[in-house]
Design a protein around this ligand. Structure first.
Ligand code: ADP
Ligand code: GLC
Length: 481
């Protein structure tokens, strides 16, 4: 049996702010249990719903010296869908109504988490062969395995891999601060290690010291070796190109299944979507107070409202788009400028546009199921799960050709009768509008072709089936078979 520990800052169903939680919550349960024992460790945030917290079992606790004080580290455990989850408890670090917020505090919090996680392991009666880290919050772990924990018998054979879900966030502050939180010596703060552009950088530590690096699509793995997408780390990623690979994300096919989805007014499948899917749209139009007309083309967005997602392009053409015969639904929270932009268009075109500015898993299911098209014009997109969910619900994605969007959405080709979505290449609002209008023309004037697009979208396999094999191969390679 090979033992794998996933270390992350969020995991569905306990706590989620974005796609990272979906991945950490769904990949482990697809890993072959006959050969691998994959467990997950995350912080025990106070904002994890009580429903889950009350089920966690106490495992052990100890005091760990961190930043000159003895600090409490509790370990709790809960088995969910065949996967063991460990939770690191410390109420002063993991309180608050969200997992992240204040940058400075988050840096200290996740450095503490990395120390606590590694210190807790020997008490668990279990030994991981590989620690699989995710994003900057766990970037310190490969460094500590090389440094503070390198001498111990327990840690010596542990290999590490780090997955980049988003290179934009790196855990950066001035060197003095990062040095204090990481408790590492001067040796580590040079430009070939944790220093980057004169600052301290936690993700960089992970990328330098992990035995392997992955990211969540092939295209993003290529893009981040170039300055535009590399966020200042492209040089390092080029240098480590041999140890860097892209493994595209999958989605949880049990959670996201239009046939069994309990949130839908009318569940549907690849055979009956022509009749049934639009019934969900009608119910949503009623719920959101839009014009009720199931024949109207509805375009949806479910997203964090940040610059990454290409929303300035949407802002630029929103008035023009609203002259067309379409409806537009957005569910999301994030930057105030985008929240207010969508609220404004909801006010201005109330029958056509609905802005739902909050977080709701239930409403997200309804939107993915009800819309005809799903818009995702990202500036960059490591993988993107939303377009995969949309495809599964027969909602045709309209995307910009970047990162995982490029790898998962094949543009419609009317001559070859192929493709499962629409795409455009340049970060240009009118190129996007042209593509949306092309989709509108297929929807209204070539319905049979549109339905075939939906057929192809729903037929494609975006489960973890293929990608999990790639992670398993990587673990085998790290452990040495
Ligand atoms: P990212 O991780 O960059 O936010 P992804 O497409 O990988 O983008 O994943 C986003 C996930 O978060 C999807 O499952 C999406 O449905 C979900 N999501 C984003 N915003 C909301 C919201 N306001 N309410 C419900 N789910 C949301
Ligand atoms: C990040 C990326 C997104 C990806 C997700 C899960 O949040 O922005 O593209 O799908 O992580 O890997």
């Amino acid at each position: 049996m090979k033992n794998i520990l996933m270390l992350a800052s969020e995991a569905v169903p306990f706590i989620k702010t974005g796609g990272l939680a979906d991945v950490v919550g769904s990949l482990p349960k697809t890993i072959d249990k006959q050969y691998y024992d994959c467990r997950v460790m995350i912080p025990k945030y106070m904002c994890i719903p009580w429903e889950w917290r009350q089920k966690m079992e106490y495992v052990t606790h100890f005091y760990m010296n961190y930043l000159g004080q003895d600090r409490y580290v509790g370990v709790l455990k809960y088995e969910h869908q065949g996967v063991t989850y460990y939770f690191i408890d410390n109420e002063s670090y993991f309180s608050g109504d969200r997992p992240y917020g204040d940058w400075y505090w988050d840096l200290e919090k996740f450095c503490f988490f990395c120390y606590a996680a590694l210190s807790a392991l020997p008490l668990l009666d279990w030994h991981p062969d590989v620690i699989h880290c995710h994003d900057w919050q766990t970037g310190l772990v490969p460094v500590l395995l090389h440094d503070r924990f390198a001498g111990g018998e327990y840690y010596r054979s542990i290999k590490s891999v780090i997955t980049i879900h988003n290179l934009k966030f790196q855990g950066v502050w001035d060197v003095k601060t990062i040095q204090r939180f990481t408790q590492l010596s001067d040796y580590y703060f040079t430009p070939d290690k944790l220093e980057c552009k004169k600052d301290g950088n936690l993700l960089k530590g992970g990328l330098v010291y992990a035995d392997a690096i992955t990211t969540v699509s092939d295209t993003y793995a290529e893009e981040i070796k170039m300055p535009f997408y590399g966020e200042g780390l492209d040089g390092l990623l080029r240098a480590r190109a041999h140890d860097l690979r892209g493994i595209v994300n999958g989605i949880d096919y049990d959670d996201w299944n239009p046939e069994t989805d309990k949130y839908l007014v009318k569940p549907f499948n690849a055979r009956n979507f022509r009749k049934e899917k639009a019934k969900n749209k009608k119910a949503l139009q009623e719920q959101f107070g839009m014009n009720v007309d199931p024949g109207k083309m509805m375009i949806g967005i479910v997203s964090r409202l940040t610059d990454q997602k290409g929303l300035d392009l949407v802002e630029c053409i929103m008035d023009e788009l609203c002259q067309d015969d379409i409806q537009f639904v957005v569910l999301g929270t994030g930057d105030e400028k985008y929240e207010n932009m969508f609220r404004h268009y909801d006010w201005k075109y109330h029958d056509k546009v609905s802005a739902q500015i909050y977080y709701s898993n239930e409403i997200s299911h309804k939107i993915y199921a009800s819309c005809d098209a799903y818009l995702m014009p990202s500036l960059f997109e490591p993988c993107g799960l939303s377009q995969l969910i949309a495809l599964r619900y027969g909602t045709v994605p309209i995307v910009r050709e970047t990162g995982g969007l490029r790898d998962t959405v094949q543009p419609y080709n009317e001559y070859e009768d192929s493709g499962n979505g629409f795409s455009f290449s340049n970060y240009n609002a009118h190129e996007m509008l042209g593509t949306i209008r092309y989709a509108e023309s297929v929807y209204y004037d070539h319905k049979r072709e549109w339905n075939k697009l939906v057929d192809r979208a729903m037929a494609a396999d975006y489960s973890w089936k293929t990608s999990v094999m790639k992670y398993q191969e990587l673990y085998d390679w790290l452990i040495g078979y």
